[in-house]
Each structure stands twice: as C-alpha cells, then as structure tokens.
Ligand binder design. Structure first.
Ligand code: AMP
Length: 222
C-alpha cells in the first residue's frame, strides 16, 4: 500500500509516518529528511538548497521530482511507502502521478492532517529530537521523563532543526497555504483524499489513520 500524508509543517506527518513504519513495515519517504541528509553530507545539492530551506521557502519542483523519483524506485519502497513532505505543489503531484503510472505503483490514500495555524507555531518552535535515535520531544508538551535524557535510548544529546524558529515558521505556513493546499482539490477530484484530526492526541490520530488504511482503498478517478 502506498500513501501520502499531507498537511502543514508541524501537523505530525513525520510522527505518524514513523508509527506506520513500525506497525505496517512501510517505508517513510520524507523529502525534508532527504534534503537534510544532503546538507549534512555537504553535497552540491545540499549546498544549493541550504539558503532556500533556511528561509522556509520551497525547493524547485525539478530538484524535488528528481530526488523522489530516484528514491521511489529503490527496492525497499516496493513493500509500500508513506510520502511525507511530497508532493508540495500541483506540478509535483502531477509528476508523481506520471512516475507512479510508469512504475505501476498505485496510490491508495492521500490523508490530510488538519491542524489550525495557531497550534502549529507552538508545536514547531518547541520541538526537538534525540540526536542519536531520532525520538521526538517538545519543550512544553512532551518532555523526556528524566530531564535531558532520551526515554528511548538514554542519550543526552538533542538537536533542533535550523528552520524550526518563529520567523521561518511563518514563511513555511505561507508556502503551505499558497503552494501546497491547492493539491487538496487535486486529490479530492480523484476520490482518494481523506482527513484526520491532526489536533487530537498522537495515539488518536494514529487510530484514525489506521481506520482509513483498513477501509477499502480509494477508487482512483482519472
Ligand atoms: P519538511 O521537513 O518536510 O518540513 O521540509 C523542510 C524543508 O525542505 C521545506 O521547508 C522546504 O524548504 C524543503 N522541502 C521538503 N520537501 C519539499 C518539497 N516536496 N518541495 C519543495 N521543498 C521541499
């Protein structure tokens, strides 16, 4: 089964994708993570996208389509993938359709995680992760049980994303509303768009997603 998790930055796409990786052995394909890995490696691509990401703007469609086309074709993605952060524009959605058609990979659900902007800013500016195992935390809503010690692996090293600051969040939300939200009618017209309440607790959001995935797949209208 191949799905898309859609929603604004901070909606919880990454959190839910990681849960699905564990519960259903699907593969999370996060374009944000791919770009951050390029930056960390110091590659030409990483250097090219650095300023754009730090400004909270979108990387060009051409770069993103090339990046995801390469990853979607990898053998591990055959078991089923969760797209997280892609597509983010209508041209990306259209290119994805072509790519999936060529590879004969059907898309069964596009799940929109609905969250109010006011909540997103608080979520994003407070979030951080364990540098060793990637477990997610929040300054106010989800602290480790013991101060400065990761609940999962015991590490005391934590990291924050460079673009998780108040100024950049405003730009990222604007990019979502102007460039990404137009994807919603695109998938609604195809009959595969479903919604979950992204403001509910993590477990409850997971339950709503599971209910969608166990229901009949959407019937793709061409
Ligand atoms: P994310 O981790 O999904 O919040 O992505 C972090 C940043 O990476 C975004 O603010 C964009 O600058 C860039 N990015 C990730 N995915 C895409 C995409 N599909 N299209 C354009 N830019 C992207």
């Amino acid at each position: 089964m191949n799905i898309i998790l859609l929603g604004p930055p901070g909606a919880g796409k990454g959190t839910q994708a990681q849960r699905l990786e564990k519960s259903r052995r699907m593969v999370q394909l996060s374009t944000g993570d791919m770009l951050r890995a390029e930056r960390a490696s110091g590659s030409d691509l990483g250097q090219e996208v650095q300023a754009i990401m730090d400004a909270g703007k979108l990387v060009s469609d051409a770069i993103m389509i090339r990046l995801i086309a390469h990853r979607i074709g990898a053998p591990d993605a055959r078991a089923g993938f969760i797209l997280d952060g892609f597509p983010r524009t209508v041209p990306q959605a259209e290119a994805l359709d072509v790519m999936l058609g060529e590879k004969k990979l059907p898309l069964s659900h596009v799940i929109e995680m609905v969250v109010d902007d006011a909540i997103l800013t608080d979520r994003i500016t407070g979030r951080y992760t364990c540098a060793k195992c990637g477990a997610g935390y929040h300054d106010r809503n989800q602290k480790p049980k013991v101060d400065d010690v990761c609940d999962v692996c015991g590490s005391n090293q934590f990291t924050r994303r460079a673009d998780d600051n108040a100024a950049t969040v405003t730009q990222r939300l604007q990019a979502y509303h102007t460039q990404t939200a137009p994807i919603l009618p695109y998938y609604r017209a195809k009959g595969i768009l479903r919604q979950v309440d992204g403001m509910a607790a993590i477990e409850e959001v997971g339950r709503q997603i599971e209910a969608i995935l166990t229901s009949a797949p959407g019937v793709l209208k061409s």
